[in-house]
Design a protein around this ligand. Sequence first.
Ligand code: RBZ
Ligand code: NIO
Length: 356
Amino acid sequence: MNEALKRLVQSIALPDEEAKRLAAAHLDQLTKPPGSLGKLESLVIRTAGITGQPKPDLARKAVVVMAADHGVCEEGVSAYPAEVTPQMLLNMLAGGAAVNVFSRQAGAEVVCVDMGVNADISHPALLNRKLRKGTANMAKGPAMTREEAEQAILAGAAVAEEACERGIQLFVTGELGIGNTTASAAVASAFTGLEPSLLTGRGTGVDNEGLSRKTGAVQQALSVNQPDREDAIDVLAKVGGLEIAGMAGLILGAAARNCPVVLDGFISGAAALAASRLCPASLDYMLASHVSDEKGHAVLLEVLGLEPMLRLDMRLGEGTGGVLALPLIDSACAVMREMATFASAGVSDGTGVLEA
Ligand SMILES: Cc1cc2ncn([C@H]3O[C@H](COP(=O)(O)O)[C@@H](O)[C@H]3O)c2cc1C
Ligand SMILES: O=C(O)c1cccnc1
C-alpha cells in the first residue's frame, strides 16, 4: 500500500461512542414508547456515532456517480453495448437519468466523476479523474496495474474530501459502467471465496446464454489473474474497475471526514467490501440503503454485516436506491432535533403506571 493510502486508512477513527450514548438516551426521552421507531432508532444512533453529533443534521447530501468502462465487455457480458456508458453519462449530466430525478426529489446533488470512460467527454459539471480509457479485459489479464488501482482509490477519496470542504455532509455511492456487474461479481468472489455462480447475476438483463457467458468470464478472470484476497489492491487491480476502486476510495474519504456513506446496489457492495478490507473501521460509516435484485447483493450485505432499509426489487444502480433512502435518514435525524420530550410536552412517560 502506498504512503498516501496508508495515511488515509490510518485517519479513519472509530465512531464516537459518547455521541451514540447521548443519542440513545435522547431517543428514550422523546414522546413515544421506547424503541417504537424501530430501525430508525438504530439508524440515528449509528449516524450520531459517525458524525459525532447526538442530534445529526445532514442538510447537504451528494450522490457521487463514478463512471468507467470495462474491457471485459468484449466477452459479451452485458445486455447493452459499451457505448452506453458515455451516452448515459451525458444523459446524467443533462439531468435526465433516474438518479437525477430521485436526487431532485430528495434534495441531493449529483456529482459525476469520469474515472475511466472510453470516450472524451467534457462538461463543466463533470469531474475529470480519468486514469485510462477503460480497463483491459480481465478474462485475459489484469484489468489495470496496481498503481492505477491505488490512484483510483486516492482519486475517489479526494473527491469526498473536496466535497466535504464545500459543505457536503453525507454521501451516496453511485456508478455507471457497462460491464460493471461482471467486475463486481469477480471482486466479490475473490474477496469472499464464494463460487462465481452465486454472485453473478443478469445485470442489465442478459438471457440465460448471456448469464453463462458472464459467469464463465468471471471464472476465467479469477483463474487467469489469481487475485490475492488478502491484498485488496491486488483484487481491485486484477478483476476490479476504475469506478469500483474510485467508489472504495470515496467510502474511505467520507469515513475519514466523519461523513455517513449510503451504499446503493451490487456494485456499491463490491466497492464497500474492498473498502472494508482496506480499512475494517470504514464499515462503521456505511449505511445500506436497499437490497437490489442483482444476484449476490443480498449475500454481499450479509458478508458486510449491513441491513438494508429498503427492498424495492430495483436493479438499476447509478446510486438510485441510495438516494431513495435519504428521506428516511432525514426523518430519523429530524426526530432528534424536533420531537418533544415527555418533560417538554407534559406527557406522562408511563413510569409508575405499571408495577415493575
Ligand atoms: C440505459 C442504462 C442506464 C443505466 N443506469 C445504470 N445502469 C447500470 O447498468 C450497468 C451495469 O450492468 P451490466 O453489468 O449488465 O452492463 C451499469 O452502467 C450500471 O450503472 C444502466 C444500464 C443501462 C443500459
Ligand atoms: O444492483 C445494482 O446496483 C445493479 C444491478 C444491475 C445493474 N446495475 C446495477
